[in-house]
Design a protein around this ligand. Structure first.
Ligand code: NAD
Length: 514
């Protein structure tokens, strides 16, 4: 490992006034990277708030070795003891939720209320993992044949890795590591290089919770560090969340190198509004789900499919809401929407808006901003609304991942279904209607992993599982819930016969878990 050294834990905190030098977190301590890293920016100002190292092969090896050294012992640790650590971790995340939210906002740009929601959904995932003794309870069959019993046990995989996107720097990793660790694995997180600091606080909280050193590791870096993990022979499984081209590649390479891989990709989520819907409620939902977090959510609504006579009044209602959204930095308590994550993201989104105008889409609300709403730069795009978009236009066909909502007008319900079926993505889709029959048909006919009925962002709670269809997920098993338990464990079925199973010895004690 190159350049190992201690970094004070305070350096990862959002209250820092000077940029901090982030370290990797390997074997329960900060380890300075050997190479100069990347600047981490506050998207609201463009100022450098941290510098993160880019892991090289020797550092990836060091993290895998540190994880492997302790994983077996942890996998043999009783479920009761593991649950104690999980509960302590849950309490620490809860106690530190404000600081975690501020750390997210400062590097992602999302407003504080949104970051608090992210922490709450992270807690939801930890709480699910706290139930690990119950979750790993297997099935048993007595007397399957004369004197023969069978039982299922689920065993950990070993060292598992998570590679995560910028848009939920705390929650998406928490879809992975609490459950993976609870199930007896050691975990290596490669967070997004765009907002990596919160992962260091999470590492400190795991340590404070009593997790043995080496079971949770953070390797900073870009595509190279991620690719080295996907390639590594010591890694048994990879959970990836990010854009579709990378998800597809990670899945292919991971499978070739013999790993279990779940790779969640991008999205183009449709919200269908039928003429019988409450149009004000539908407009509220569309504006909230399209512009929340500046549209940088995998479950953001990016397409409204307006059916028949719903279209004209609906577009007017959405436009009024889009114009009223207060855009500003996370430090402004009144701000409802922050900047996008980077200059590159802003430029890409502005180019997409310009392209749609040239292609003939009707620009109803123009979010291209001539000046930042805050002093001193930053990466700003305001809420943008297009009407009368055609499916062939790039603004519909591509994932924009910004505050841009397009309305496609269709004549009837069947045309709306056809549009969604033809789209290559299948993360989520919603319908707003008062017609139970139409909603029921929508639930059944739409090829997507999460369906909302009069709910715009149908991301399931942690005791259900989540994962898209089609180009929104590669691999068979979704994250968290039963699918997550299954992903992070391997099933073993034990068949046994005991000619003499009589117990010996007297023990009057009340049995307790240890
Ligand atoms: P991204 O694909 O650019 O990066 C995701 C992660 O992959 C980062 O950690 C990055 O460093 C790493 N990476 C980049 N190139 C790589 C490569 N060639 N090999 C291996 N790893 C590589 O995505 P992003 O811009 O950080 O996040 C936004 C994307 O994530 C959007 O497409 C969004 O829809 C998607 N997303 C999906 C879900 C979901 O649940 N399906 C959830 C959140 C985000």
């Amino acid at each position: 490992m190159s350049g190992a050294g201690e970094t004070p834990v305070e350096s990862h905190r959002a209250t820092d006034s000077a940029p901090c030098e982030l370290a990797h977190w390997i074997g329960g301590r900060p380890v300075r990277g050997g190479e100069p890293g990347v600047d981490v920016l506050d998207p609201a100002t463009g100022a450098v708030v941290a510098r993160a190292p880019l892991a090289v092969a020797s550092e990836v090896d060091a993290a895998v070795d540190a994880a492997a050294a302790v994983q077996r012992g942890w996998g043999e640790t009783s479920l009761a003891r593991r649950a104690v650590v999980l509960f302590a971790f849950r309490e620490l995340v809860n106690t530190n939720r404000e600081e975690l939210a501020a750390t997210i906002s400062r590097e992602h740009g999302k407003v504080l209320g949104d970051a608090r929601g992210e922490v709450a959904r992270g807690l939801d995932a930890i709480e699910f993992a706290c139930g690990i003794p119950h979750l790993l309870r297997g099935g048993a069959t007595a007397q399957a044949s004369t004197g023969i019993d069978l039982r299922d046990v689920r065993q950990p995989l070993g060292v598992v890795a998570g590679i995560t996107p910028f848009n939920f720097p705390l929650m998406v990793p928490m879809w992975m590591h609490p459950l993976a660790i609870a199930a007896g694995n050691a975990f290596i997180l490669k967070p997004s290089e765009q907002d990596p600091s919160v992962s260091m606080r999470v590492a400190e909280l795991w340590r404070q919770a009593g997790l043995p050193d080496g079971l949770f590791n953070v390797l900073h870096g870009d595509a190279d560090a991620a690719a080295a993990l996907v390639d590594h022979r010591g890694v048994a499984a990879v959970s990836f969340v990010g854009s579709t081209p990378v998800a597809r590649r990670v899945h292919e390479v991971g499978r070739i190198t013999g790993k279990r891989v779940q790779a969640l990709g991008g999205a183009k989520n449709h919200l269908v509004v039928l003429p019988d819907a409450d149009l004000e409620q539908a407009a509220d939902a569309a504006a909230s789900a399209a512009y929340g977090s500046a549209g940088q959510r995998c479950m953001a609504v990016s397409v409204v499919v307006a059916v028949g006579e719903a279209a004209t009044p609906l577009v007017a209602e959405i436009a009024a809401r889009a114009r009223a959204i207060r855009v500003g930095p996370w430090t402004d308590p009144e701000a409802e929407m922050g900047p996008v994550v980077s200059a590159a993201a802003r430029d890409r989104i502005v180019r997409a808006i310009e392209g749609a105008v040239v292609a003939g889409a009707d620009l109803v609300v123009d979010g291209r901003m001539s000046a930042a709403p805050a002093d001193g730069g930053g990466f700003w795009v305001g809420p943008t609304l297009f009407d009368r978009v055609e499916p062939e236009q790039a603004i519909y066909a591509e994932e924009i991942f910004g505050p841009v909502l397009v309305v496609v007008r269709v004549a009837g319900f069947d045309a709306a279904l056809e549009l969604i079926r033809a789209n290559p993505y299948g993360n989520g889709a919603s319908i707003f209607t008062a017609d139970g029959g139409a909603a029921r048909e929508f639930e059944s006919a739409v090829p997507a992993g999460a369906i909302g009925v009069n709910v715009p962002i149908p991301i399931p709670v942690s005791y259900h599982s989540f994962g898209g269809w089609k180009d929104s997920m590669f691999g068979e098993q979704g994250v968290y819930g039963d699918a997550g338990v299954s992903f992070y464990t391997r099933l073993k079925v034990i068949t046994s016969r005991w000619p003499d199973s009589a117990r010996r010895g007297v023990d009057l004690g009340f049995p307790a878990s240890e």
